[in-house]
Ligand binder design. Structure first.
Ligand code: MNH
Length: 179
């Protein structure tokens, strides 16, 4: 995973729990004094062990933690990539453009990024079907990113995780409904 994702997580932890908490998490997972650079890649296991440690010390189930992080991550990415996110004038347009516009731009900006495959279908006027497929199984992060995107456009959505790779499905299906 790119350093930018670790930076967002670091930001969130420091903002909500202070720098000592972040330092002690890095100590706990034997990464003391690790400094993450945005465009550089770091092992996925490193991110997962940090997330697990946060879940352990805060006593939060991992799906909830990862979903909350995803929501924060959207704001972080929207801020660090304003030119990409400002191309969209609605929530639906942005969700429709995740693969074809956003992640396509990401491939130009970062070398060899690890991105999911995301396809979007409109099921009717106020709901979308988002199909998430990635060996990293970060579907809860996707949910959070979608909630973050909704907040960015001032709309409220509900997400139903209709099928999930964590429960044996080959990919995840998220039904996103505007409320
Ligand atoms: Mn995007 C990684 C989904 C919006 C830039 N993105 C990921 C991952 C998911 C994801 C999930 C984690 C990798 C994986 O699962 O295989 N991203 C989304 C969704 C939205 C989204 C569902 C909107 C909703 N992403 C954005 C925006 C940007 C962005 C906006 C920036 C302009 N995404 C990234 C970058 C990575 C990433 C950068 C990290 C790639 C890597 O670590 O190699």
């Amino acid at each position: 995973m790119k350093g930018v994702v670790f930076r967002a997580l670091e930001d969130l932890v420091i903002e909500q729990h202070g720098i000592q908490t972040w330092d002690s998490i890095l100590d706990q997972v034997n990464l003391s004094d690790r400094y993450y650079l945005g465009p550089q890649s770091y092992p996925d296991e490193e991110l997962f062990s940090i997330v697990q440690e946060i879940g352990r010390i805060l006593n939060v189930p991992l799906p909830d933690l990862i979903r909350g992080f995803g929501q924060y991550l959207f704001g972080y990415l929207a801020n660090s990539h304003k030119d990409i996110v400002s191309q969209f004038d609605s929530f639906e347009a942005l969700i429709k453009g995740i693969d074809s516009v956003i992640h396509k731009e990401v491939k130009k900006l970062y070398s060899e990024p690890n991105l999911p495959s995301i396809s979007v279908d409109f099921s009717n006027s106020d709901s979308l079907i988002v199909v998430y497929d990635s060996p990293r199984k970060l579907c809860f992060c996707s949910e959070g990113l979608i909630y973050g995107a909704a907040a960015h456009f001032g709309v409220t959505v509900k997400i139903e995780h209709q099928q999930c790779a964590h429960h044996g499905a080959d990919k995840c299906i998220l039904l996103v409904r505007k409320v």
